[in-house]
Unconditional design. Structure first.
Length: 160
């Protein structure tokens, strides 16, 4: 029996929104040097502060790729303020759960999205309540223990 459910397997095998974005409005990179998972999330935002597109490139395990895929799905069509309310728990719930040792992957997605929005806000001179106290360079508190690279990275995700 697989330790991953069908939703996780689907988002790993056929990730949504993977790839580059030319001239993104915001870009966030976040990862763990301890386990090696790295996420880059790029967003495009319209004049009404709605995220109209999001792309990602992730170097990491299947859980990291699935978390990136579903997290980008979750923010497309949301306002910046609404996207800032997306939590790692919501990413986990949307995936139908992850093994306990892989929960940190949803935290990476949450942080990478916030980092992309932070970059967008900084470039535009905007402030958002959801970014108060957020530091894109801060490490999450020991969320990466026990990580491994249990799957080979698909070729289309290799160049962050």
């Amino acid at each position: 029996m697989s330790m991953y459910n069908e939703t996780v397997i689907e988002h790993f095998s056929n990730p949504h929104n993977v790839g580059d974005m030319e001239n993104p409005d915001g870009e966030g990179v976040y990862g763990s040097p301890v386990c090696g998972d790295m996420m880059k999330i790029m967003i495009r935002v319209d004049e009404n502060d709605v995220i109209t597109d999001a792309k990602f490139k992730t170097f990491g395990c299947g859980s990291a790729i699935a978390s990136s895929s579903i997290a980008t799905d979750m923010v497309i069509g949301k306002t910046i303020e609404d996207a800032l309310t997306v939590t790692n728990k919501q990413v986990l719930d949307a995936l139908g759960g992850l093994p306990a040792i892989k929960i940190h992957c949803s935290v990476l997605a949450d942080h990478a999205i916030k980092s992309a929005i932070y970059d967008y806000a900084k470039k535009r001179g905007k402030t958002y309540k959801g970014l108060e106290g957020f530091d894109p360079d801060a490490d999450e508190e020991d969320t990466h223990h026990g990580c491994d690279m249990e799957t080979a990275l698909p070729e289309h995700l290799s160049d962050l």
